[in-house]
Ligand binder design. Structure first.
Ligand code: ADP
Ligand code: ADP
Length: 226
């Protein structure tokens, strides 16, 4: 059973705009797939349909065997990371990371353990008490990634997560993300403008073209020499 199943999926917005047309795609467990294409080609629309933020208009779309809904994303399974880290400014790093666990039926102790675990994975163990404004851009992005990982999602959606970072910070976070992806064995869907980033990170690349948004081809990225 694929993690993401799309068959002839189209999205027509209420104003009549066809943003995505006839996309068929299967994404298997453990895949790291990047969506590459110019802005306006429908990348965010595809992500929003997968996460259940918006409904698709035509075709068949299933995530882990069921129709995507926002409720499901909130409960578990699917996590999001956006380009702008959306942290609550009045909450510490630790409390921001624990947010997705707030309404879970787990003890306070377990929540703390999980949060500390993911903060260690992203190298922020020494910043648990800091407030977001005390952190650099790269560190805020790490907090966002930790928060997305704390619920152990099966599917991680990342929309241009490193687009606003400087080159060195970007490279550090790219290698960190790869390490985490390898250990956590989750499926990652990644949006980027940057073809080099896509080639470096992904097992597969979906190349998109605009007007209307189509997945032109899906290419496998060959592994580098061991
Ligand atoms: P990308 O993420 O690749 O930049 P989007 O998915 O945001 O592309 O947008 C795809 C196309 O759909 C664009 O032409 C955009 O203007 C249009 N679009 C996006 N959201 C809406 C909306 N809510 N209503 C109408 N058109 C939209
Ligand atoms: P990178 O994400 O590549 O590590 P950053 O710019 O996020 O680059 O930060 C580099 C390092 O500088 C961090 O790991 C941290 O140790 C330190 N640092 C950055 N910003 C702050 C800050 N506001 N207060 C204390 N240390 C910081």
């Amino acid at each position: 059973r694929p993690v993401v199943f799309m068959e002839n999926v189209s999205k027509i917005y209420p104003n009549g705009k066809t943003a995505v047309q006839n996309v068929s795609l299967e994404i298997e467990e453990g895949e790291f797939i990047s969506f590459v294409g110019p802005s306006g080609c429908g990348k965010s629309t595809i992500f929003n349909m997968i996460s259940g933020i918006i409904e698709h208009s035509v075709g068949k779309l299933e995530i882990l065997g069921t129709t995507p809904t926002l409720a499901r994303q909130q409960s578990t399974d699917v996590s999001f990371v956006f380009q702008e880290p959306t942290l609550l400014p009045w909450r510490s790093v630790l409390d921001n990371v624990m947010l997705p666990l707030e309404f879970r039926n787990v003890t306070k102790q377990e929540k703390l353990e999980k949060a500390h675990h993911v903060l260690k994975m992203v190298g922020l163990s020494e910043y648990t008490k800091a407030l977001p404004r005390e952190l650099s851009g790269g560190m805020k992005m790490r907090v966002s990634i930790a928060r997305a990982l704390v619920s152990k999602p099966k599917l991680l959606l990342m929309d241009e997560p490193f687009g606003a970072l400087d080159e060195i910070t970007r490279q550090n976070l790219q290698s960190e993300l790869l390490r985490i992806w390898e250990t956590e064995k989750m499926t990652v869907l990644f949006i980027t403008h940057n073809v080099f980033e896509a080639v470096y990170l992904s097992t597969k690349i979906a190349v998109m073209t605009p007007s209307p948004g189509k997945v032109e081809s899906v290419v496998e990225v060959p592994l580098p020499f061991p």
